[in-house]
Design a binder for this molecule. Structure first.
Ligand code: PLP
Ligand code: COI
Length: 355
């Protein structure tokens, strides 16, 4: 694929070393853009200065939410090399989302090459402070000027980049999680497995409720029986119960996390028994009460491996272990981040250098 590159003539001031980045507030100098037109396919791949995009107010994405997005990171190693983590998995998941949303597929090699190209142009923006990275947000939006409910015939594929620190303000400190018993996020047959804005719009009301009660994230229950654990707003969830690692099975209504897949792999390599199955909230509360619930953590690109110190379900508030970071949680965090930042061996071949 040929990518036309137009560099900015007015580069922005980059965050200084040691400056607090937060998550998703700062954007780099450039972005990748590519058009889709029915009959022509994807065309005009280009890297241009980061900036606003002209869109008609009637553009379909504004009305019926036909869009998909992805999330991954670029990491700066001590050797100053820039690494991606399993970008091929994001390319595959993007197309699963695209398929569900009637958005044309993006060839996997083009998806990954586009990411590498724009990260390469903005490689000086990849931060170097401990725990920081360049968050990469590829997305596709429907752009037809049309108010009928139908798949658009034109789209834009864009990639923006954001130097970021920890997703949660608390960093690696354990988070408190609210198990939501009123609202649901997704149902099987819906689009819970796809990464698309509507799923996140549906989650906001419970997120606000949880925040107002002093919790940082929502843990969703299944949309039919409101009984089985699904996932958290921006991460998958895992439990260590009586020495076993247990996580909800991929059932169509939860996002197949790339971090989830990687952590399951590492746990199995380390000899842990891993069960991907239905887990009811009653089972969880019972395990918390009888002391067999040893650790809880979330997994996600933005959230990395995030310890959960407290869970609330209706009138039960459960403190996990001593409320601190569990031993396995810490080991998994160290292993995953070690591979991502190039500090550890990568026996799985997950790290991809941006050259
Ligand atoms: N679940 C949801 C709802 C998410 O938004 C994310 C973040 O991408 C995840 C799970 C974790 O997925 P991944 O590990 O691929 O980032
Ligand atoms: C990610 O971890 O990449 C995500 O997309 C989470 C996001 C909703 C902030």
């Amino acid at each position: 694929m040929e990518i036309k590159i137009t560099k900015t003539t007015s580069p922005k001031v980059k965050p200084k070393k040691g400056e607090k980045l937060g998550f998703g507030h700062i954007f780099t100098d450039h972005m990748f853009v590519m058009d889709y037109t029915e009959g022509q396919g994807w065309h005009d791949a280009r890297i241009v200065p980061y900036g606003n995009i002209p869109l008609a107010p009637s553009a379909m994405v504004f009305h019926y939410g036909q869009e998909m997005f992805e999330g991954l990171k670029a990491y700066r190693g001590d050797d100053d090399k820039i690494y991606l983590f399993r970008p091929d998995m994001n390319a595959k998941r993007a197309n699963n989302s695209n398929q569900r949303l009637c958005i044309p597929e993006i060839p996997e090699d083009i998806f990954v090459d586009a990411i590498k190209a724009v990260v390469d142009v903005d490689r000086d923006w990849v931060p170097s402070d401990e725990g920081t990275s360049l968050y990469i947000r590829p997305f596709v939006i429907a752009t037809d000027e049309f108010l009928g409910v139908a798949p658009s015939k034109t789209y834009l594929f864009i990639i923006v980049l954001s130097p970021s620190g920890a997703y949660y303000e608390s960093g690696l400190a354990p988070v408190g999680i609210w198990i939501e018993d009123e609202y649901v996020r997704a149902v099987r047959g819906g689009m819970g497995f796809a990464k698309t804005g509507g799923n996140y719009a549906a989650s906001l009301i419970a997120q606000v409720k949880a925040h107002d009660s002093g919790y940082s994230q929502v843990l969703w229950l299944d949309g039919v029986e409101r009984k089985y654990i699904e996932e958290v707003g921006a991460m998958n969830i895992m439990f260590k119960i009586s020495g076993k690692v247990i996580t909800p099975a991929l059932n169509g209504s939860i996002l197949p996390g790339i971090t989830r897949n990687s952590i399951i792999h590492v746990c199995k390599e380390w000899g842990y028994e891993v069960e991907e199955r239905k887990i009811s909230v009653e089972e969880l509360v019972a395990a918390a009460k009888d002391g067999s619930l040893e650790e809880v953590w979330g997994t996600g690109t933005a959230a990395v491996v995030s310890p959960v110190g407290k869970l609330r379900y209706m009138d039960d508030v459960m403190t996990i272990g001593d409320g601190g970071i569990g031993e396995l949680t810490q080991k998994l965090y160290d292993e995953l981040t070690g591979i991502q930042w190039g500090k550890r061996e990568d026996p799985y071949g997950w790290r991809v250098e941006v050259k």
